[in-house]
Ligand binder design. Structure first.
Ligand SMILES: [Zn+2]
Length: 281
């Protein structure tokens, strides 16, 4: 599940490795992956990669001559750099960017769904593209205007994951952040008081920075298929809370499974399932 920390470390490592690399050619073997037709991918040939950066959970590869690849990894994509070209049996690649020095940048996707996507845009279209234009402020490095962003009758779990509210946080890191801030995932944004807001702001920054520090040590190119996510709470239900040693619980909310510590986050209460299927009935 690439979220802000995973996309950020991908952008940092690729930015260092690809500076000034010349593109020989580009193809999109995944029929669904390329979402734009003009300019065509053939326009990339002969240009140089200038920069790789992140916005929300998106990767942006800036190319000389005013072009940019906008990439969303969705839930199972990776952007990986290899010394050799993909073989004929490669079925995971959605985009191949062949470099003049023999290396190859591949957007690969694991699992049965084809959801990861790519757009080739002119640099002046980039910030107006709906995928970026509708994003909220970056979760990191902040500071976030939380008072304004949270002023809604929606649960914190929804608000923090909503890319239009805050960009970068998804289903894994939201559990870690709310646990770190000692806040219930179901607490409504508008009910969060000033002291809780400060705790939440600190938790967002600290959680993301801890993850990035871990990845700086643990991740090398090519970005591994399975990222070593340093999660302590998400998917750890049934295990002991690292803070208070009570047992972590989980609850279904819409189509998510949230892990939390009842002692640290909900005054000892167990949260009741709020499945989407039940809400829709
Ligand atoms: Zn606890």
């Amino acid at each position: 599940m690439p979220e802000l920390p995973e996309v950020e470390i991908t952008a940092r490592l690729l930015d260092q490795a690809l500076a000034a690399a010349e593109i020989e050619s580009a193809f999109a073997p995944g029929i669904n992956a390329l979402k734009t037709v003009d300019p065509p991918l053939s326009e990339l040939a002969g240009r140089r990669i200038e920069r790789v950066r992140r916005r929300g959970k998106h990767l942006i590869v800036e190319v000389s001559g005013g072009l940019a690849l906008l990439i969303h990894l969705m839930s199972a994509g990776r952007l990986q750099l290899y010394d050799k070209r993909a073989g004929p049996r490669d079925r995971t690649s959605r985009l191949l960017v062949r470099l003049g020095d023999g290396r190859e940048l591949r957007l690969r996707e694991f699992g049965s769904k084809q959801a990861a996507w790519v757009k080739l845009l002119r640099a002046d279209e980039l910030e107006h593209d709906p995928a970026l234009a509708t994003l909220g402020p970056e979760a990191w490095p902040g500071p976030l205007p939380l008072e304004q962003l949270l002023d809604a009758p929606r649960p914190l779990h929804s608000l923090l994951r909503d890319q239009h509210t805050i960009a970068g946080i998804g289903r894994s890191w939201v559990d870690e952040i709310l646990w770190s801030a000692m806040l219930s995932p179901f607490k409504r944004g508008e009910d969060v008081d000033e002291e809780e807001r400060e705790r939440l702001a600190d938790a967002i920054t600290a959680t993301i920075e801890r993850a990035l520090a871990h990845y700086e040590q643990a991740v090398k190119l090519p970005i591994p298929d399975k990222l070593p996510m340093p999660l302590q709470v998400h998917r750890h239900e049934g295990q002991l809370c690292p803070r208070c040693a009570s047992t972590l619980k989980s609850v279904h909310f819409e189509d998510y499974v949230i892990a939390y510590c009842p002692a640290c986050q909900t005054e000892g209460r167990a949260l009741k399932d709020r499945r989407l299927s039940r809400l829709l009935r």
